[in-house]
Design a protein around this ligand. Structure first.
Ligand SMILES: [Zn+2]
Length: 431
């Protein structure tokens, strides 16, 4: 299948500009040309389908760098509680009753919501990884799946047993070694996770320094900050993505600048759980790669990259009483280029560039909420909403267009299964 997009307004995030009248030629899953409509190659490219963007914005697909998609099933359940009560007394209780079918459909519900807001790649850390992977394969979405999760699953052999059975031959699926957190997994489990990363050349992921409680308990138990603890265990000898990093002090974040560490900032989740404001402006200024995540829909309660970009900018401005920091273009960069780097996929996604995968989003320039469009980046970050997304393409295939999902996606079935699962889980768990 060959597709030609014409008359697009391309967001050139790397150079903080926009390119008008752009043509993008796609051969199956690959971008083979990006340039002016008038270019000879563009004109002579024979395609099966031509999509006239009529000046609409063409962005690289958004990349959700921290999520637990199947938690859609718990959306709106036990809101307004602090993280420890919410997590230990409610989420961990009801999660015991989840089966693979629940996780499969709960994941797909989250993926559909993500596609509507232009999300083409998800990092997903949850359990029953085979169901998560299958859910993504069946919807043809790009996934970075965690291997590892709970204390029981984070022995070296358990992670390997899980990993060896997961498919490795699908170009949409890749993996990261994962330890949930320093407060749910002991140091042996954390060490084992690092050993898996070393032996199987996987990047690492962990929730870290999310609340003041976590930091206080860590200092009391280990006489180290969370960053010092995982550094001593060997996390930073590998590529590592930290989720949250709300309470990392200056000495600690300066110590990771030279390492291959990224931070997934989750502003909605941090605000809703009252966790605090991550010092991401200072981290970015120091040279740390910061990207964005929605976190799970039980603590957000939405999978909407527009909202994360908006809050990611405004939260720093209000916290530091400074309007000129965190401009809109930076937030788009965090949701694309920076996230691709954090997920070890920067050689194939995050940019619209020849040789890259065709993960793309079309955003309307004619909707009431972003008119008149004086600045394209501002339109997306400060005014944009999922309803402005007219098309989401993953790996060269259109999965969402003009309010409808691709024909092969059985939306009714996914909704039916999720409603049933939600009802059953509440009865079984008494939550
Ligand atoms: Zn999380």
């Amino acid at each position: 299948m060959k597709t030609k997009i014409i008359n697009a307004t391309l967001l050139d995030v790397e150079n903080n500009k926009v390119n008008y009248n752009t043509t993008v030629c796609i051969d199956n899953s690959n971008i083979v040309f990006v340039g002016e409509n008038e270019n000879l190659f563009a004109q002579s490219f024979v395609s099966d389908k031509v999509i006239d963007f009529e000046g609409d914005i063409l962005s690289a697909g958004f990349i959700n760098a921290h999520n637990h998609n199947a938690m859609t099933l718990f959306r709106g359940l036990k809101d307004d509680l602090p993280l420890d009560k919410w997590l230990f007394d409610n989420m961990f209780v009801i999660e015991k009753y989840l089966n693979k079918n629940d996780i499969y459909y709960g994941t797909q519900l989250g993926l559909l919501e993500g596609l509507k807001s232009g999300i083409t790649t998800n990092f997903d850390s949850y359990f029953n990884q085979d169901a998560i992977v299958q859910a993504n394969i069946d919807l043809k979405t790009r996934l970075v799946c965690s291997v590892g999760a709970t204390q029981e699953q984070n022995s070296y052999n358990s992670i390997i047993n899980m990993y060896k059975d997961l498919p490795k031959d699908n170009e949409l699926i890749s993996y990261m070694a994962y330890a949930h957190s320093i407060y749910t997994i002991d140091t042996k489990g954390l060490e084992d996770t690092v050993c898996v990363a070393r032996d199987y050349k996987l990047p690492l992921h962990i929730h870290l320094a999310e609340t003041l409680n976590e930091v206080g308990e860590c200092v009391q138990k280990y006489n180290k900050t969370p960053i010092q603890l995982i550094e001593d265990i060997g996390f930073f000898e590998h590529k590592c993505l930290i989720a949250h990093g709300v309470h990392i002090d200056k000495d600690d974040y300066l110590s990771i600048v030279q390492k291959n560490v990224s931070v997934a900032h989750c502003p909605s989740s941090n605000m809703k759980l009252g966790s605090g404001i991550a010092p991401i402006y200072s981290m970015i200024e120091a040279g740390i790669n910061v990207c964005l995540g929605t976190d799970g829909p039980a603590s957000n309660n939405s999978i909407d990259m527009f909202r994360e970009m908006y809050l990611g900018s405004l939260l720093q401005k209000v916290n530091l009483h400074e309007t000129q920091i965190m401009p809109a273009s930076l937030l788009v960069k965090m949701a694309t280029i920076n996230a691709a780097k954090a997920l070890n996929l920067d050689n194939k996604i995050g940019k619209i560039k020849e040789g890259y995968k065709a993960d793309l989003v079309r955003i309307s320039i004619n909707d009431i909420n972003i008119l008149p469009l004086n600045d394209y980046y501002s339109g997306i970050v400060y005014s944009g909403k999922p309803e402005n997304v007219k098309m989401t393409m993953v790996n060269g295939e259109i999965l969402y267009e003009n309010g409808k999902f691709a024909d092969f996606i059985d939306t009714d079935k996914i909704i039916f299964e999720c409603k049933n699962a939600n009802k059953r889980l509440k009865i079984e768990s008494n939550i």
